[in-house]
Design a protein around this ligand. Structure first.
Ligand code: HEC
Ligand code: HEC
Length: 454
C-alpha cells in the first residue's frame, strides 16, 4: 500500500514538475506589479494603495510569515502551498483567486514571492508528517470532539465553533492588528479550505502570525484527521438563494423562533460586509458576516425569523441591534446599496429596527440610522421575541404587509417581489455595522409552509 502510494506520489510530482516553467523573475515581477501590488505594495510590504480598506490587511510579504502551509510552524511554505494560495485565493478575506492567470504565470509569481523575503534562502520548508486519510466512514468524530475539548480549541473557537470562546476577544496578530478566531460553523469563510485535509493541516501546522498554535507536538497525525472530521461536522450549509421564498400559512403567524413551522420554511443565507469609517478604514475585525432568514406570510402580515452569529451578547447602552431595511412605498428600481448609505443626498429608507436593550422593533423612514435608533419618527411594531445562546441570536417579529403608518412605509405585495436588506450591529463594536446587499423576497400565496425546499 505504502509503496503504491509512494509511486503515485512520485508520478504526481513529476507531472507537476513537467508543467512548471523554468523560473523567470522578470515575468514574475511583471505579473506581481500588475495583479498584486495594489494590495501587497510595490515592494511587497503590504502597503498597496488599497491596503487599508481590507480586514485582515494584505500580507507584508517581506516578513516571510505565512499562515496557510503544509509545513512546520516557523518554516516557510512549500512552492505548492504558495501555488495553491495564488490559485484558490483566501476565501473569506479580500485575497482573490487567480485561477484566470495562466498556470505558467502563477508559477512565476511563486518564484517572485520567494525573492521578497530572506526566509526562503535561510530556512528550508519542513513538511509536517501527515497520516493517510481515514475517509468519512472510518473517521472517528467522537474522538475528534474529545480532542477539540482536550486541546482547548473551544477557548478561542467556542464550544459550538461560533468564535465565541472566552479567549476570542482581544487577540492581536503578529502585525499588531486585532484578529478573531474563525467561526468554524461557516465552512465558506475558512481561508485555507474547509475540507478535512485542509483543516488537518491547519491544526498540525498552526496559523503562523495569527496566534493559532501548531498542535503537531500534542496530536498524532492520525488524531489530527479525527479532529479535522469533527471540525468539518460543525460546518453548517449556507443557502445562497438568489431569491428568497416566503411560505404561506393560514391564521396566526409564528411568534417564537423555535416554532416547528420554521423548519419547513425556506432558509436563505446572506453575506454581510462591514461598513468602514469616514476615512474608509476598518475599525475592528468584522464579527458578524452573515444572516440567515426565513419569511412566512398569512396574506395580511409577514413574520421574519432572522439568525446571526455574534460572539458576545451586549444588552447595555450600545447593545446588539438589527435592522430589516425595506424600500419605501412607491420606490421604483434600484436604490443605493447599504454600503454607501447613509450619505449626503441619499434616499430615505424604511427601517425596522430592533435593539437587544429594548427588545422592541420600531419602524421609521429615515435618511440615516440615527433617528430610527433614537426612537424618533418611528412607530413601534408588534413586540419581537429574541433569544441568544452559544454565540447566536435568533429574532422573530411580525409586520403588516401594508401598515397604515409610518406614512410612506413599504408595502409588501401578496403575490410578488419585494426587496429586503439587513444591517447588524455588534454591540461590543458599536461602530462596526455589518450590512447586506438587497435580496429579493417573493411572497407567494400559493406556496404553503411545508411544501418548500429547506
Ligand atoms: C484585493 C487585495 C489583494 C490582491 C489584489 C492580492 N492580495 Fe494577496 N492577500 C490579500 C489579503 C487581504 C491577504 C491576507 C489574508 C489573511 O491574512 O488571511 C493576502 C494574503 C496573501 C498571501 C499570504 C498567504 C498566507 O499563507 O499567509 C499571499 C502569498 C498572497 N496574498 C499573494 C498574492 C499574490 C501573488 C497576488 C497577486 C497575484 C495577490 N496576493 C493579490 C489581499 C490581496
Ligand atoms: C489562541 C486561540 C486559538 C486556539 C486555541 C485555536 N485557534 Fe484556530 N484559529 C485562531 C485564529 C485567531 C484563527 C483565525 C486566523 C486568521 O484569521 O488568520 C483560527 C483559525 C482556525 C481555522 C480556520 C483556518 C482557515 O482556513 O481560515 C481552523 C480550521 C481552526 N482555527 C481550527 C482550530 C482547532 C481545531 C483548534 C484546536 C486544536 C484551534 N483552532 C485552536 C485561534 C485559535
Amino acid at each position: 500500500m505504502w509503496f503504491v502510494g509512494f509511486l503515485v506520489g512520485m508520478a504526481g510530482l513529476s507531472a507537476a514538475a513537467a508543467e512548471r516553467p523554468a523560473p523567470d523573475l522578470r515575468e514574475g515581477a511583471a505579473a506581481y506589479a500588475q495583479s498584486c501590488a495594489r494590495c501587497h505594495g510595490p515592494q511587497g510590504r503590504g502597503d498597496g494603495i488599497d491596503a487599508t480598506r481590507f480586514f485582515p490587511r494584505p500580507r507584508d510579504l517581506t516578513l516571510g510569515v505565512y499562515k496557510f502551509r503544509s509545513t512546520a510552524s516557523g518554516t516557510p511554505p512549500t512552492d505548492e502551498d504558495l501555488f495553491e494560495t495564488i490559485t484558490s485565493g483566501l476565501p473569506g478575506s479580500n485575497m482573490p483567486d487567480w485561477r484566470h492567470l495562466e498556470e505558467r504565470v502563477r508559477w512565476q509569481l511563486v518564484e517572485y514571492l520567494k525573492t521578497l523575503s530572506p526566509i526562503f534562502d535561510q530556512t528550508p520548508p519542513s513538511p509536517v508528517q501527515v497520516a493517510s486519510d481515514p475517509g468519512p466512514q472510518r473517521a472517528d468524530e467522537a474522538r475528534g470532539k474529545v480532542l477539540y475539548e482536550q486541546l482547548g480549541c473551544a477557548a478561542c473557537h467556542g464550544a459550538q465553533g461560533r468564535a465565541d470562546g472566552p479567549s476570542a476577544a482581544g487577540l492581536v496578530d503578529d502585525w499588531g492588528m486585532p484578529i478573531r478566531p474563525a467561526n468554524l460553523t461557516q465552512g465558506w469563510s475558512y481561508r485555507g479550505g474547509h475540507d478535512p485535509r485542509s483543516v488537518m493541516l491547519r491544526v498540525l501546522t498552526g496559523i503562523d502570525g495569527a496566534g493559532m498554535p501548531s498542535y503537531a507536538e500534542a496530536l498524532s497525525p492520525e488524531d489530527a484527521w479525527h479532529l479535522a472530521y469533527y471540525v468539518a461536522s460543525l460546518q453548517e450549509e449556507p443557502h445562497w438563494n438568489l431569491i428568497a421564498h416566503a411560505s404561506y400559512v393560514e391564521g396566526a403567524l409564528p411568534a417564537a423562533w423555535d416554532d416547528v413551522r420554521w423548519r419547513t420554511a425556506e432558509s436563505t443565507t446572506v453575506r454581510l460586509r462591514n461598513a468602514v469609517n469616514a476615512s474608509g478604514e476598518w475599525v475592528g475585525p468584522p464579527t458578524i458576516n452573515a444572516v440567515s432568514f426565513h419569511v412566512m406570510s398569512n396574506g395580511e402580515a409577514a413574520a421574519f425569523r432572522v439568525s446571526w452569529d455574534d460572539p458576545t451578547q451586549e444588552l447595555r447602552e450600545t447593545s446588539d441591534a438589527f435592522a430589516l431595511i425595506l424600500k419605501p412605498a412607491g420606490t421604483e428600481g434600484d436604490v443605493v446599496t447599504l454600503q454607501a448609505w447613509p450619505s449626503a443626498g441619499a434616499p430615505r429608507l424604511d427601517l425596522c429596527y430592533w435593539s437587544a436593550r429594548t427588545q422592541q422593533v420600531s419602524e421609521g423612514l429615515s435618511g440615516d440610522y440615527d433617528s430610527v435608533m433614537a426612537g424618533k419618527a418611528s412607530q413601534v411594531l408588534r413586540a419581537a421575541t429574541a433569544s441568544y445562546g452559544e454565540g447566536r441570536w435568533h429574532l422573530v417579529f411580525q409586520r403588516p404587509l401594508a401598515p397604515g403608518s409610518p406614512s410612506g412605509a413599504a408595502v409588501l405585495p401578496v403575490d410578488g417581489f419585494t426587496s429586503v436588506a439587513f444591517a447588524v450591529w455588534d454591540g461590543g463594536h458599536p461602530h462596526a455595522r455589518a450590512v447586506s446587499p438587497w435580496v429579493d423576497v417573493v411572497l407567494n400565496k400559493g406556496r404553503q409552509a411545508g411544501g418548500t425546499r429547506h
